[in-house]
Design a protein around this ligand. Sequence first.
Ligand code: C2E
Ligand code: MG
Ligand code: MG
Length: 289
Amino acid sequence: AKHRAGAQGPGQTVVFDRGRHGESTPVSAARQMREALDNREFHLHYQPVVDLATGRIVGAEALLRWMSPHRGTVAPDEFVPILEETGLIVPVGTWVLREACAQAARLTRLLGTERPFSLTINVSARQLREPHFAEDVLALLRTYNVPGHRLVLEITESLFIDDPIQTQQVLERMATAGLRFGLDDFGTGYSSLSQLQRLPLYLVKIDQSFVARLGTGTEATVFVRAIIQLADALRLQVVAEGVETVGQADELVRLGCRRGQGWLYARATSARELTAILDARAGQLAHEA
Ligand code: C2E
Ligand code: MG
Ligand code: MG
């Protein structure tokens, strides 16, 4: 408990919990994460986001992977909670932003500045609370010469807003530089409608749990329709996550959702492969024209 409290920053209290006793010790988990960062074991994979009607790639989401020398590729659900808990999400998140900016710059050179393409980056609520977060992000954009509108920072709804006023200020500072924001896993958390309206949001992502239940005769269709109508009313873009079947894609289009990502289209892949896919498609488009 003492280690946990220390890791969470000054003034934090953590009560010893017998249920947690015997878990993998936070110290060693934290040390592994620290080493992973120092040894450059983190990588970004990219999952294409497509226009559901045409299948055209309109963007990609950067997804963190840990290439552990002992365990192979580890998915973020296993280690992002440890990064959050230990505060290491801040330096790792900075690395993610830098890496994604470098990739955005490469893609801009490949695609030109005209073609719409945005790179989505997951940002932890913890990062938003860092005092220099906005300035650091803006400095990265300048360093890599990336126009703000190329990036969308996604914040997961379940972690959102324990300090709505501060969050609003931080987002607004970055929005003036053209940066855009998305609310991830929408429908699973607790953002209020007034927060949705007040924050400078650009998109909401329909959580994959709703998409998975489309067409199963449950109320999922009703929820998805309601989310899309709400987003339309607030002029927010909607992206559906976890689209796995043609049936789900058709239903989403029918409900008015224009964009999606999921295994039906592509899994997350390396930067190199994403570039190759886009390069091939750009050639194809030029050929068709
Ligand atoms: P998320 O941002 O909601 O990402 C979507 C997750 O759905 C990804 O899992 C993706 O690989 C997975 N997915 C994509 N298509 C399908 C599909 O068709 N079916 C199914 N069943 N799943 C699909 P992943 O990569 O394991 O990421 C899990 C979560 O970890 C992310 O959820 C995000 O909250 C977090 N995360 C990932 N990268 C970062 C990061 O760089 N920073 C932070 N703070 N969190 C991250
Ligand atoms: Mg996301
Ligand atoms: Mg999500």
